[in-house]
Design a protein around this ligand. Structure first.
Ligand SMILES: [Zn+2]
Ligand SMILES: [Zn+2]
Length: 145
């Protein structure tokens, strides 16, 4: 699941640009002062990065150890079957290795996407900082006049 910029369901004239930490939903600027007043907010990109991180963590914590366990089991099974029946011994190991490869590629892919998201976000933050810096300078100049 990923959050994207869409019109708010409660305030359709406004785009959902934030994410409410408490309600785990996307909201618009109006929502922050009404339905979600007093809640904590994140910007949408940051939210997506967090979701992506959570997904990667889940893969790492659940899927990866499982596929490693399967690989281990397969190796043991092949060892056993080798002693009893003479079946192609690499079949089981190959299967498990393939699963591990798939998981690895998913992980690599998500990490790559995450890095791209992070970079975009950092650029955006920098731009924003530049703009607000310029605004500050401008207002200071105005004050001096
Ligand atoms: Zn709204
Ligand atoms: Zn909320």
């Amino acid at each position: 699941m990923e959050f994207t910029f869409k019109p708010c369901k409660i305030h359709p004239k406004h785009q959902m640009v934030l994410c409410c930490k408490k309600c785990e939903t996307t909201i618009c600027a109006i929502c922050t002062t009404r339905e979600h007043a007093g809640h904590e907010f994140l910007d949408l990109e940051e939210c997506n990065i967090r979701i992506r991180l959570e997904q990667i963590r889940k893969i790492r914590d659940n899927v990866l150890p499982q596929s490693e366990l399967q690989l281990q089991k397969a190796k043991e099974t092949t060892k056993e079957t080798k002693q009893n029946v003479d079946i192609p011994r690499s079949v089981m190991t190959e299967k498990a290795t393939r699963i591990k490869e798939i998981v690895d590629s998913i992980l690599t892919e998500s990490l790559r996407e995450l890095i791209m998201l992070l970079e975009k976000w950092i650029i955006k933050k920098k731009k924003f900082r530049n703009i607000s810096l310029r605004c500050k300078l401008y207002t200071r100049n105005v004050h001096f006049r």
